[in-house]
Design a protein around this ligand. Sequence first.
Ligand SMILES: [Ca+2]
Ligand SMILES: [Ca+2]
Ligand SMILES: [Cu+2]
Length: 199
Amino acid sequence: MTRASGLVRIAIAVAFLLTATFLTQQSTALAATTTVDVGDIWFCDETFEGGLCETTIAVGDTVVWDFDGAIQPHTTTACGASCDSPTASPRWDSGLINDGTTFQYTFNAPGTYLYYCQVHPTLQRGSIVVRGNGAVGDANCNGAVDSIDAALILQLTAGLVGSLPCQQNADVNGNGSVDSIDAALVLQFTAGLLPNLPS
Ligand SMILES: [Ca+2]
Ligand SMILES: [Ca+2]
Ligand SMILES: [Cu+2]
């Protein structure tokens, strides 16, 4: 048995052992929409009046601010680098909303985006944390490349799952197909047999 085929056999065994783990960790890579409620005088919920509401999303996701809970007029406006000295050219600005409607913005780059209400600039603030897509081999986009990613790739190869949370990271050797070689590369990397993966 060659070293490569041995690794593949190990990887297949790991894949089945980790099926239950996968089923509890599975999430979607499809672009999602997250709603942030807006009220008087807060984002998210009333406990954030005077504070900062943080919302975490994945890159490509859309945030919908829902002003239905507000009686007073408010805005959602990007601060730029600091909400203590907001930029004059915000990335997004809803303008005054006082009819309970919504405003939405899609985040296409990872990062942390601060925002505030222009009517209540010190009392009503939030931030959107946009997670990136992860590195090559990180098939579930949890920030680590490990045997779970190898298991996921093998499950995809075996037809046990139809897609992966971050399938764009699964073609480790970049040859255009996702197969057991990619899983083996991940396992070799995890075992320290490869110093790094292709980037
Ligand atoms: Ca991972
Ligand atoms: Ca490949
Ligand atoms: Cu406000």
